[in-house]
Write a protein that binds this ligand. Sequence first.
Ligand SMILES: Nc1ncnc2c1ncn2[C@@H]1O[C@H](COP(=O)(O)OP(=O)(O)OP(=O)(O)O)[C@@H](O)[C@H]1O
Length: 307
Amino acid sequence: MSNAIEISGLRKIYAAQGNAPAKEALKGVDLNIPSGSIFGLLGPNGAGKSTMINILAGLVNKTEGRVVIWGFDQDVNPRQSRAAIGVMPQELNMDPYFTPRASLEVQAGLYGVPKADRWTDGLLELVGLTDQAEAYARNLSGGMRRRLLLAKALVHRPQILVLDEPTAGVDITLREMLWNNVRKLNEQGMTIILTTHYLEEAEEMCDEIAIINHGQLVVRQGTRELLSRADGKTLVIDTGEPVDLPALPDGATPEWRPDGRLAISYPPSRIRADQLLDALRSANVPIIDVASEQPDLEDVFVELTRG
Ligand SMILES: Nc1ncnc2c1ncn2[C@@H]1O[C@H](COP(=O)(O)OP(=O)(O)OP(=O)(O)O)[C@@H](O)[C@H]1O
């Protein structure tokens, strides 16, 4: 399977309700998600990410378009396409009187997983809830609830796992545990789709990234290629003390930072770092230390979703 998911011409119009007018949340999106990848779906608030994920999960009906999940067209084989995907939702709602073990058993029942094929103990172990297997959900910490949600998404051994803002508001330890789990599942062949507001996280975790804005796909690229789109780097130089600056190559912009260091932003496509350093040296500007700052996903994201 080369693509885990194929989306074409996907539109969603939420009908008008009361005073709220109809809303076109997705305006004809085409997107293929390669199998085996960790794929980031990013966009500002209200861009349409949850709508897209909910359509994939079979929770929201699309208005138009075609969605193929693991080779199964949603409209032709709804059961198989649903079975191929597991979703870890954002919200932490769960029945307070269910134990993690019972939750997983109920979820497996909903997916029609026969008793003999269930892997409840393995799942509890995977997410580190073995000791809490018989605790009431209301006694679980927020982090444990999230781990349980991850386990619930996996009861039917889906080929594709969707994580909707999995680390919003979680502490570093839990975040690392989640990512270790996700990497392990990905190494075993699972395709991972992730939405997150933490762009650093997307930059670190995702092989490829799609950005949607106002219901449209703005870009879809490998993470590295996407980062290289931002044509801006910064040299940060410790000059010891403020000095007069010589003329710099056209396109370079110097600025003194509050910490006293000199920051020169420049487009690496047109200017090389040694041209900047040569200009400083020939004007006898002391160069005590130099650091280079790369553009990050945040820069690219802001540029692509502006306006
Ligand atoms: N059930 C609904 N009824 C009407 N409009 C909706 C509904 N759900 C979402 N919308 C609207 O559709 C648009 C896209 O919303 P969606 O939740 O998909 O965005 P999002 O990218 O997931 O945003 P966020 O990051 O805030 O979760 C928004 O304008 C939202 O108000």
